[in-house]
Each structure stands twice: as structure tokens, then as C-alpha cells.
Write a new protein. Structure first.
Length: 511
């Protein structure tokens, strides 16, 4: 009897759909492909006339250097951007495609992950419900060290659970690889690994797993992948740790306000999903149909509850302990199992009705947003005046690249200036120069005085930016030249206000 119940608890550990059919697999594959196309098209339309968000140009500027670490975070997510733009041109659309791949891989990972707990209508409904949240749609299209967890988090959990369910060495290896990718993206992933450890208390195989070679196999794979970054951190005074520590000690009132906002935002972002599950439950009750859903064993439900609830609770605890500013964007990728968890709590529930509601909502959100994207893009271009619309990053990049080439007859290799300006020029310049972030060597460890002297560099400061101009003055030696450029963006028929830049051309050292 006990053996039969244990087997039932792990019945879907291989992620099976129950009845495997090529037609069903094709439908699932087509659904993910359409999700990719639709949201890539939506974001391409919305981003056509705007400059990239500074998080994206930072990802590019860091990634193109392929360093073992950076000033604020680990390197893996930036490496992905760097590798992507070795293959694709530096355009807004290319970045949208990267973000769409990340979101689609994440949603597919969710589908695979949920398949370790349930099958059929419930599996499909739980996956589609996430499209009713902004996590895999609107919020996914700002690629940074947070949004990378949209894809990494579910796949890491998937291989962890499979390694425990099946006591599988191969899956332990993949878990070690994915855990390293998470840590190398952002140290926030420590909470994911802590969640995995806590969940073992509630898994039937937990004790057996801990006493087996499997954790050591995962550690043996994880350690050499993380070691180069660790050595880099030790040799550079650990810039990401220093950055993180600089965010601590903000005071209890400060932290409490952000925790309250964090909780409110998470509830708000998932309100649509909760409403759909509730409506499906009401419809089930009124129709008096037989409940169709897979009820997990108590041990499996407790295991699921830890995987769902531990990450936000640990985030809040970390905020309290270190007096941190915590925001919902940090937790964008941590809820892949929330729909399944809520569906298990809501009874009675016909999973097929829930699937139809979730599918209808997902299609409606996508179709309405796609149809309205051209209109929304036009309205934003005609009315918005924020930096991504008004500040002439692209135009500045073209102007300073032409200026440098006319003065030195070589490609521009280094661009210095305020962080957003330098990174923006780095992305949009046809010469793809390295970004000398904020004119500080500590912020751009790939820049050295010897490189600047050998190849020369260009500094661009907004005329009113006194700190940038002050830092620029410390580099003005030899035969440098200064000029002033007035540049304005033109979006459609709308001309934005002019921005005046002081440009300093410091040529390569002769001799």
C-alpha cells in the first residue's frame, strides 16, 4: 500500500502527458511558436521609434567584453547578450527577439516543470494562466539580471525535481549546470538554492537524496563553473558584493515601505490569474460537473508549497535582515508553479473549464495587444517625452562616430561618458566601441590607461552635466580637441528638444 502511494506521488516525474501523441505535441509546439511570434511583433512595434532602455544597453555593453564579472552582477546574463549580438545586428528588433526567446523558453520550461506534478488539462491550464500575469509578456521585455530568471528559474527547478524524483545522476548534472548559470547571473539565486534545500524536508526521497552521491555530483559540476568568477571576485575586491552591501542598511522604515509595496505588487500582478481560477471554480460548482483535476498526495502538495512560497518569503526575510530595497521586478521569475499551487487549493475545480478560461484570456490579451500595438506606438511617439523617446542616443552615436573617423581615420574603439550615454553610443555606433562607463576604471574593468593611450577615445558629456565634464577634464592631455554638437531626435513628424553635447576627441598616442 505504501509503495503504491509513493509511486502515485511521483507518477508524473517523467513529465509525461499521460497519452503521448504526435498531434498533441505539435499543437503544444505551435502554441509556443505563436506566443513567440505574437509578442515579438508587439514589442517590435512598440519599440520601433524609441531608444533602448538603459538596462538593455548595459547588458550589451557588458556582454560584448565577456568578462568574468562586472561592477554589479555576475556575468552569465550579459554573456548571453554578448553572444547574441555576435550573430545579430545592433538594432532594437534584435534585442526584442532575444527577449522573446527568453520569455518563450521560460514558458516552455514552466510547462515542462508543471508536467512533473500533473498532466493533461491541469498542466495546460496552469501554464496558460501565467500569460494572465505580466511576468512572461509585458515585464519580460526589459532584458536584465532579473528577467533572465524567467527562463533559468523553471529549468533549474525542473532538473532539481527530476534528480530527486528519479534519483537521477544525469539530472543532477544538469541541475548543477543550471544552478551555476543562476548564481553567475545574480546572487539573488542563492534564494533559489535555499528553496531547493528546504523542499527536501517535504519530499519522500529527501533523506535518501541527501545521503546519496547526487548532491555531490551537482556540487562537482557547479563548483568549477563558478570558480573562475569567484577567483575574479577575490582579485578585484568583489565589486558585485560591494555593490550589494552598498544597498543595505537603509533603515527599517525605508525597508518596511518597500516590503509592503513588494507584497502589494506581487498580489496585483497575479490578480488576473487568481480571478480566472476562481471563475473556473464557480463555474464548476454551478454546473455540478464531476471535478476533473489531479489531486496530489499531501507530501507532494507540501513539497509544491515550499517551492512556491519559500522564494518570496526568503526575499522578504533578506530585506528585513539587511534592510534592503526589494522590488517586484526582482521576483519576476520565481512563480512558475504558483498557478498549479492555487489550482490545488481551489475546489471544486474542473481543469478543462479552467483551461478554456485561461486560454481565452491568453488569446484575448495577446490579440488585443497585438491589434492595438500600432496605435499605442503612434500615441507614445507623439506624446511621450521620457529619455527613451527624447534623448538622441542613436543620433549621437552616428555623429560622434563620423566625427572620430574624420579626425583619426580609424574605427572608434572606446566611448566615455555618463553611464547611459556611453552605453547607448556603444550599442548604436556602427563601430561598436567599448563603453568607458562613467569614466571610471572601477566601473569598466575592461578599460586600462594603456589601451586608451594606444587607441585613443572619445568622451561625450551633456553640456549641463558638471560631474561628467569634471571627470573628462582629468583625461585631457596631449593633442585633444573639443567640439560642441547640438542634436535632436526626430520621431515621425515630431522633433524633440535639442540636447547640447560637449565632445572631447583624444587621439591615439603617436610614436
Amino acid at each position: 500500500m505504501l509503495e503504491r502511494r509513493a509511486t502515485q506521488g511521483l507518477r508524473f516525474a517523467d513529465g509525461s502527458l499521460g497519452v503521448r501523441s504526435s498531434s498533441e505535441n505539435l499543437v503544444v509546439a505551435a502554441a509556443f511558436f505563436l506566443f513567440f511570434l505574437a509578442w515579438a511583433a508587439i514589442e517590435s512595434i512598440l519599440n520601433a521609434d524609441r531608444a533602448l532602455h538603459y538596462d538593455l544597453t548595459e547588458a550589451y555593453a557588458w556582454g560584448k567584453e565577456f568578462q568574468l564579472g562586472y561592477n554589479q552582477h555576475g556575468p552569465f546574463w550579459a554573456w548571453i547578450a554578448g553572444a547574441w549580438f555576435l550573430l545579430f545586428p545592433n538594432t532594437n528588433t534584435s534585442f526584442v527577439l532575444l527577449e522573446a526567446v527568453n520569455a518563450t523558453l521560460g514558458l516552455f520550461g514552466v510547462w515542462m516543470l508543471i508536467g512533473l506534478f500533473t498532466k493533461g488539462w491541469e498542466r495546460h491550464a496552469a501554464t496558460l494562466l501565467l500569460v494572465a500575469t505580466p511576468f512572461y509578456t509585458f515585464n519580460a521585455y526589459k532584458y536584465n539580471a532579473n528577467t533572465i530568471f524567467i527562463s533559468l528559474w523553471p529549468w533549474t527547478l525542473y532538473f532539481f525535481i527530476k534528480s530527486v524524483d528519479l534519483m537521477s545522476k544525469r539530472n543532477a548534472v544538469f541541475f548543477g549546470i543550471l544552478a551555476a548559470a543562476c548564481i553567475l547571473s545574480k546572487y539573488y539565486a542563492v534564494l533559489l538554492l535555499a528553496t531547493c534545500g528546504l523542499s527536501l524536508i517535504f519530499h519522500p526521497n529527501g533523506r535518501r537524496y541527501l545521503l546519496s552521491p547526487l548532491p555531490w555530483i551537482a556540487v562537482a559540476v557547479f563548483s568549477p563553473l563558478v570558480l573562475p568568477h569567484l577567483l575574479w571576485a577575490l582579485n578585484t575586491n568583489a565589486p558585485p558584493v560591494a555593490y550589494a552591501m552598498g544597498l543595505t542598511g537603509k533603515g527599517w522604515l525605508f525597508t518596511g515601505q518597500y516590503i509592503a509595496r513588494f507584497v502589494f505588487d506581487l498580489i496585483l500582478f497575479q490578480a488576473g490569474m487568481v480571478a480566472l481560477i476562481y471563475l473556473a471554480s464557480v463555474a464548476t460548482r454551478r454546473a455540478r460537473v464531476e471535478e476533473r483535476g489531479e489531486h496530489l498526495l499531501k507530501s507532494r502538495r507540501r513539497f509544491l508549497a515550499v517551492l512556491v512560497l519559500a522564494p518570496p518569503l526568503l526575499t522578504i526575510m533578506a530585506g528585513l535582515i539587511f534592510q534592503l530595497k526589494i522590488e517586484a521586478i526582482m521576483a519576476i521569475g520565481i512563480f512558475p508553479l504558483m498557478p498549479l499551487f492555487l489550482m490545488q487549493l481551489m475546489t471544486p475545480l474542473d481543469s478543462r473549464r479552467c483551461f478554456y478560461l485561461a486560454g481565452g484570456a491568453a488569446v484575448a490579451v495577446t490579440v488585443i495587444t497585438l491589434a492595438g500595438a500600432p496605435f499605442a506606438g503612434t500615441v507614445m511617439a507623439s506624446k511621450k517625452a521620457g529619455p527613451s523617446f527624447a534623448f538622441p542616443y542613436r543620433e549621437l552615436a552616428e555623429s560622434v562616430t563620423a566625427l572620430w573617423r574624420s579626425e583619426n581615420h580609424t574605427p572608434l574603439k572606446y566611448i566615455g561618458g555618463e553611464t547611459k550615454t556611453a552605453n547607448g553610443v556603444s550599442f548604436y555606433s556602427p563601430d561598436r566601441p567599448s563603453s568607458f562607463v562613467n569614466l571610471e576604471y572601477a566601473r569598466a574593468l575592461w578599460i586600462t590607461p594603456a589601451k586608451l593611450e594606444q587607441d585613443g577615445f572619445l568622451i561625450a558629456c551633456v553640456h549641463e552635466d558638471a560631474p561628467c565634464l569634471s571627470k573628462a577634464s582629468t583625461f585631457l592631455r596631449g593633442h585633444w580637441k573639443q567640439t560642441s554638437l547640438k542634436i535632436a531626435r526626430k520621431v515621425g513628424t515630431r522633433r524633440m528638444p535639442e540636447v547640447t553635447f560637449d565632445i572631447f576627441v583624444i587621439p591615439p598616442h603617436e610614436g
